[in-house]
Design a protein around this ligand. Structure first.
Ligand code: FAD
Ligand code: NAD
Length: 520
C-alpha cells in the first residue's frame, strides 16, 4: 500500500513541471486568501506570517459568526457578539499580515493573478503564489419569481437588520388608525421559507420576540400577528433525526407557529406568496404576507461560477471540485485551494486503482477485513476508505474475486459524501490547510500531505421557548430545562474573542432583565 501511495504521489508531483521555489525568509511566497468568513478567517488566524506573505481580500472587513445571526433578527443578541474586525488578527508574534477591502472579480489561474474591484469600482490586479478561495456561497433563490426582489435572506448582518427594520415598520403601520383589520393581519404575517436549520432558528427566535416583548408593547395588535414556516420536504430539520424533527414541529405548534410541510413556494409578489404541494401538484394556494424570510439553501457565487467555466475539467460542475488535499481540480500548478461552502471534495476514485490495490495488498484473500486493516494508510490518499466514512462492519464481505472487489470499491467511492457546508467544516478545513502550509513549505512537499477528513462534532439548533435540539455523535437532545444552558455554553466557548464572549454574557442578562430592544 505504501508503495502504491508513493507511486500516486509521484505521479501527482510529476504533473507539476514548474520550477519549485525554495523558500527563504527574505523571499516569502505570497498567499492570498479570498473571504473573511469561517474558512478565510481561521486560515488567517493559524497561518504563520513568518513563513508567508499573507493578504486577506474581502469586501467585508469583519468576520460574521453566522450561527448567532438568528438571535440578531429578534434582538436577543447585538451585532458586537457576532462580528470580529479582520484588522484585530493581522499581527502575530512580531509579524504582520495584510487586509485589502476589495471584491475579487476574476481568477486568472494560468497566470497566477486575480482581478479585484474596490468600493468605487476601480479595478486592480493582484499576483499570488498561492490562492485560498474561501468566498462561501449565497442563498439559493432557485430563480423563483419575485424572491430576489421581495424576500429577505439571512446571510449576513445587513440582511438581519433589514428584516428587523421591515418588521418594525409593519408593526407601526398596523397601529395607525386608518389600517383595517385585514391589512393588519397581512402586514403582521411573518413567513419563513425553508425548514432547514436557518429557517427553524429564525422562526424560533421570532416567536420568542413576538410572544414576549411584542406582546407587552403592542397589546392591541398582538392578536393579528402570525408566524408561518413553509418547507418543501416532509420534515423540519431534515438533516437531524426523525425524533428531533417531530419534536421541533410539536414545539412550534406550542409557540403558535404554523408549520406547512410538503409545500414549495413557487412565486412571490409584493403582497402574496404562492405555494404548491410536493405531493399533489394540482394543490396550489396563495397567502398574503408582511415579511418574507428566505432560507432555502445554498447556491454558488458569480466568482465561482465564472471560474468553473474557465477550467476545462470543471465546465459542467455546479460547484468547485477540489481533491482530498483541497486543491482545485484542473489547476495544474497546484497552487489554488478552496475551502468552506464554495467547494466540494471529489477524491481520487478507488475503483480506478483496482488492480494496483490488489497487487499492493499482497494477500491470498481479498476481503473487506483486508481493506479495513489498511484503511488508515489508504485514507491518506482515498478519504472514502477512512473508518469515519465507510462502515467496514456494516459492509462486511468475505472473499471476493477481482470483479467483486472492484464493485466493492465502486460502492466505497459512491458512498463518499463531501463535508457538509457548515461552519464547523469550514473551520476544520482552514486549520488543516494552514497546518499544511506551516509544516510543508515547498509546493512539492504540500503534495505529499494526507487527505482532509472532517470530524463531525454534532449539530445544535435553537427552536424557541428556551428549547434546543442537538444531534450529537452518540446522543440526541430534544429540548428540556438544561438544553438552553448547554447551547449557551457551546456558543460562548466557540466565539473567537473574550470581547465577544463578554458581550454575549451581558446581552443574555440584558435580554432577561429588560427584554429585547425595538431599535431598528
Ligand atoms: P462565509 O462564512 O459565508 O464567508 C464568505 C466570505 O467571502 C465573506 O467574508 C464574503 O464577504 C467573502 N466573499 C464573497 N465573495 C467574495 C469575493 N468575490 N471576493 C472576496 N471575498 C468574497 N454552520 C454550522 O456549522 N453551525 C451553525 O450553527 C450554523 N448556523 C448558521 C446560521 C446561519 C443563519 C447561516 C446563514 C449559516 C449557518 N451555518 C452554520 C453555516 C455556516 O455559516 C457556513 O457553512 C460558513 O459560513 C461557511 O464558511 P465560508 O468561509 O465558506 O463562507
Ligand atoms: P438547508 O439546505 O439546510 O435547508 C433549506 C430547506 O429549504 C430545505 O429543507 C429545502 O427542502 C427547503 N426549500 C428549498 N426550496 C424551498 C421552497 N421553494 N419552498 C419551501 N421550502 C424550500 O439550508 P439552511 O438551513 O440555510 O442551511 C445551510 C447550511 O448551513 C446547511 O449545511 C446547514 O447545516 C448549515 N446550518 C447549520 C445550522 C446549525 O447547525 N444550527 C444553522 C444554520 C445553517
Amino acid at each position: 500500500i505504501s508503495n502504491l501511495i508513493r507511486k500516486i504521489r509521484n505521479f501527482q508531483e510529476n504533473k507539476w513541471n514548474n520550477e519549485i521555489k525554495k523558500i527563504n525568509s527574505k523571499n516569502k511566497e505570497k498567499v492570498v486568501i479570498l473571504g473573511s468568513g469561517w474558512g478565510g478567517m481561521h486560515f488567517l488566524i493559524n497561518i504563520d506570517f513568518k513563513k508567508y506573505d499573507v493578504t486577506l481580500i474581502s469586501p467585508r472587513n469583519y468576520f460574521t459568526f453566522t450561527p448567532l445571526l438568528p438571535c440578531l433578527c429578534s434582538g436577543t443578541l447585538s451585532i458586537n457578539v457576532c462580528t470580529e474586525s479582520v484588522r484585530n488578527f493581522l499581527k502575530k508574534n512580531g509579524s504582520v499580515g495584510n487586509y485589502l477591502q476589495l471584491e475579487c472579480t476574476d481568477i486568472i489561474y494560468k497566470d497566477n493573478y486575480i482581478t479585484c474591484k474596490d468600493n468605487d469600482n476601480n479595478e486592480m490586479k493582484i499576483n499570488y503564489d498561492y490562492l485560498i478561495i474561501a468566498v462561501g456561497a449565497k442563498t439559493n433563490s432557485f430563480n423563483i419569481k419575485g424572491v430576489d426582489k421581495f424576500a429577505f435572506y439571512v446571510k449576513d448582518i445587513d440582511d438581519v437588520l433589514k428584516i428587523r427594520r421591515k418588521f418594525f415598520e409593519n408593526l407601526e403601520k398596523s397601529t395607525l388608525p386608518n389600517t383595517t383589520n385585514e391589512e393588519k393581519k397581512n402586514l403582521l404575517h411573518i413567513v419563513i421559507v425553508g425548514g432547514g436549520p436557518t429557517g427553524v432558528e429564525v422562526a424560533g427566535e421570532f416567536a420568542d420576540f413576538v410572544n414576549r416583548e411584542v406582546k407587552q408593547n403592542y397589546e392591541d395588535i398582538f392578536n393579528f400577528i402570525s408566524i408561518s414556516i413553509i418547507e418543501g420536504g416532509k420534515n423540519l430539520l431534515p438533516t437531524f433525526t426523525q425524533n428531533i424533527s417531530d419534536f421541533t414541529k410539536y414545539n412550534f405548534r406550542n409557540l403558535n407557529i404554523n408549520v406547512l410541510t410538503n409545500y414549495y413556494v413557487t412565486e412571490v409578489n409584493e403582497n402574496y406568496f404562492y405555494i404548491q404541494s410536493s405531493i399533489d401538484k394540482s394543490d396550489k394556494k396563495k397567502f398574503p404576507y408582511g415579511v418574507l424570510i428566505w432560507a432555502s439553501g445554498l447556491a454558488q457565487t458569480t466568482l465561482v461560477n465564472n471560474l468553473l467555466k474557465k477550467i476545462p475539467q470543471q465546465v459542467n460542475n455546479k460547484i468547485l471540485n477540489v481533491d482530498s488535499q483541497l486543491k482545485v481540480i484542473g489547476v495544474e500548478s497546484n497552487n489554488v485551494y478552496a475551502i468552506g461552502d464554495c467547494k466540494k471534495i471529489f477524491p481520487l476514485q478507488l475503483q480506478k486503482y483496482t488492480s494496483e490495490l490488489i497487487d499492493s495488498l499482497h494477500c491470498s484473500k481479498l476481503t473487506s477485513d483486508t481493506l479495513k486493516s489498511k484503511s488508515e494508510e489508504l485514507s491518506e490518499v482515498f478519504p472514502q476508505a477512512s473508518k469515519y466514512k465507510w462502515d467496514y462492519d456494516k459492509n462486511k464481505k468475505g472473499e471476493m474475486n477481482e470483479q467483486e472487489f472492484h464493485e466493492y470499491l465502486c460502492k466505497m467511492d459512491e458512498n463518499y459524501k463531501s463535508p457538509a457546508p457548515t461552519a464547523q467544516n469550514a473551520k476544520q478545513e482552514a486549520y488543516y490547510l494552514s497546518n499544511v502550509f506551516n509544516n510543508f513549505l515547498t509546493r512539492d512537499k504540500k503534495l505529499t500531505v494526507p487527505s482532509f477528513i472532517e470530524k463531525w462534532k454534532g449539530s445544535l439548533a435553537y427552536i424557541g421557548n428556551h428549547q434546543v435540539v442537538a444531534h450529537l455523535p452518540f446522543y440526541e437532545i430534544k429540548g428540556g430545562f438544561l438544553s438552553f444552558t448547554f447551547w449557551k455554553a457551546v456558543y460562548i466557548q466557540l466565539l473567537m474573542t473574550w470581547k465577544s464572549r463578554a458581550t454575549f454574557f451581558f446581552d443574555c442578562i440584558r435580554t432577561k432583565l429588560y427584554g429585547r430592544p425595538f431599535i431598528k
